[in-house]
Design a binder for this molecule. Sequence first.
Ligand SMILES: CC(C)(COP(=O)(O)OP(=O)(O)OC[C@H]1O[C@@H](n2cnc3c(N)ncnc32)[C@H](O)[C@@H]1OP(=O)(O)O)[C@@H](O)C(=O)NCCC(=O)NCCS
Length: 266
Amino acid sequence: MNDEIRITGIKPGDEAAFCACLTPGDTGEDNGIKRRWFDGRTAENFGARLAKTKDGKAVGMIQYVPAEDSPVEGRKLWFVYCIWIPPKKRNPGRHMRGKGIGKALLKAAEEDVRSRGASGLAVWGTPLPFFMQSSWFRRQGYTACDKTGIQQLLWKQFQEGAQTPQWRRNPKPVPRPENDDAKADIVIFSQGICPAMNMTRTRFEQAARSFGSDASLRIVDVSDAQYIRDWGRTDAFFVNGKEISPGPPPSLAKITRIIKKEIRRK
Ligand SMILES: CC(C)(COP(=O)(O)OP(=O)(O)OC[C@H]1O[C@@H](n2cnc3c(N)ncnc32)[C@H](O)[C@@H]1OP(=O)(O)O)[C@@H](O)C(=O)NCCC(=O)NCCS
């Protein structure tokens, strides 16, 4: 890695950049949700590292939590929610990927959780040729251990006898909305850790409001670890019981169309 890049914890003054995933222009619709989530974190239930240039600009981040506070089951394990180096188009003039920054961030996270007694670190990835790729983690010494849909779980074991992690399997059914008369019942599980998911939540709320009493909305706040354990979910979106897989945040127009279709169907 370039000598001019340093790996640090989140220092006073870094919070805004961290909560905007280092791309502040994109996250206006996050609505402060990530910041509220971040403010609820403690040294026991959260860890993060930033990669910074000499001039103090953060160009990469990794964030992780104990498995107990995550959608993963495991004892004395930690789970990486995401590692992110913004691509060139969001880092004008700088191409930061492929320079070893990702490897350095992951290594720093491993050292951090090992020093806190972790028996292993779990990560998730997908086979898609973008986003967090399982192949990249395999190259860093991670082994696949479970799968749900396209979300592959991988881990690196630090201690003999460590328990292999697995995805939590939604133990509780999705709750019913509060208003049974509505034609579109929208249920959102919202954790707060991901600005893209927070943006999607904000758009769902906005779209739901535009249908008045035809749409009911229920937000299940899973920022509390107990709820993640109960439901095995972090962020998820349901309309009339059907899960809407968000991917990159769908536009307000698209979400409005989805809800309208359900209302017409009833
Ligand atoms: C994945 C990511 C963290 C990697 O960081 P990076 O700094 O670009 O990667 P590094 O330079 O540290 O690692 C490069 C190594 O990985 C290899 N590599 C790169 N892409 C790879 C891939 N898709 N599969 C396997 N190996 C890959 C390189 O060949 C290199 O190997 P080497 O060390 O043997 O030379 C970064 O590209 C990224 O942020 N991608 C987007 C992830 C994302 O969408 N996150 C948001 C999730 S919510």
